[in-house]
Design a protein around this ligand. Structure first.
Ligand SMILES: Nc1ncnc2c1ncn2[C@@H]1O[C@H](COP(=O)(O)OP(=O)(O)OP(=O)(O)O)[C@@H](O)[C@H]1O
Ligand SMILES: [Mg+2]
Length: 238
């Protein structure tokens, strides 16, 4: 897969810009604050449906304008894919000219991996950073995974709401199990997807790491899920 071209209109500091890429390696260089990362961001938006720098889509619109557009053309398995992103009051995506019903419909149309200097935090910082990285990767490969994540988050919200009702409205604590069981089911599925993905990474990195360390080190990533340990064991035996 490779990106052929990207057209930007009122996106961040760009008013009108067209950038063509080479099939192989592309190096974007320039002084600070010239818009290098903005280019990467536009590719990310067309692949994942949102930015990696902000949750507020509006920030993507050039400060002096009231809408932004991106058009990205790429080739995946010799097939041309065109993604259009339009943002005014709301955001809208088109896949090969056809309006996408949901943002998640564009996932998997282009496979991208973002790795920035800050991403070293995937190793250093808290688990949520690692989960986020995994979520971004797996969402592109497995559409069902996004659905599961959404369901999981909704259930967490509902559970939290019920916790408040227990506290303030005297609702029964026993009913909490309904949410816990649901979370256990969804969490287990999410866990399976992550485990499968980690296994795939393991297959790839083992030889690479062995070679780069001149046969001295064997690398293996192990996925240890805390949630499973705490909450789900209770339901697994049922
Ligand atoms: N919504 C916006 N409207 C107009 N300009 C914006 C907007 N958002 C960001 N910018 C401008 O974009 C520039 C930053 O771009 P970017 O982060 O891509 O820089 P960079 O080339 O990656 O720099 P560095 O080398 O420091 O990483 C800044 O000049 C900033 O003012
Ligand atoms: Mg930058």
């Amino acid at each position: 897969m490779y990106i052929e071209k990207i057209k930007l209109e009122n996106f961040r500091n760009y008013e009108k810009e067209e950038i063509e890429f080479d099939k192989n390696v592309n190096i974007i260089y320039g002084d600070n604050a010239q818009g290098k990362t903005n280019i990467l961001e536009s590719i990310f938006v067309c692949s994942l449906g949102k930015s990696f720098r902000t949750n507020k889509d509006k920030e993507l619109i050039n400060k002096e304008k009231d809408y932004a557009k991106i058009e990205m053309e790429s080739y995946k398995e010799d097939r041309k894919v065109k993604i259009n992103f339009e943002l005014k009051e709301k955001k809208k995506f088109y896949i090969n000219g056809i309006s996408a019903k949901r943002t998640s419909d564009i996932l998997g149309k282009n496979y991208i991996v973002l790795f920035t200097p800050e991403d070293i935090n995937i190793l250093k910082n808290e688990p949520s950073k690692r989960r986020r990285f995994l979520n971004i990767m797996i969402s592109q490969l497995r559409p069902m995974y996004v659905h599961l994540l959404n369901q999981y988050n909704k259930t967490i919200d509902q559970r939290n709401m019920y916790l408040k009702q227990i506290k303030y409205e005297g609702k029964s604590i026993e009913n909490l199990e309904i949410w816990d069981e649901q979370l256990s089911k969804l969490g287990t599925k999410i866990y399976e997807y992550r485990k499968e993905f980690i296994e795939k990474i393991n297959e790839k990195i083992f030889d690479i790491h062995l070679k780069t360390t001149e046969n001295k080190e064997k690398i293996k990533i192990k996925y240890i899920s805390n949630i499973r340990k705490k909450l789900f064991r209770k339901f697994e035996k049922k």
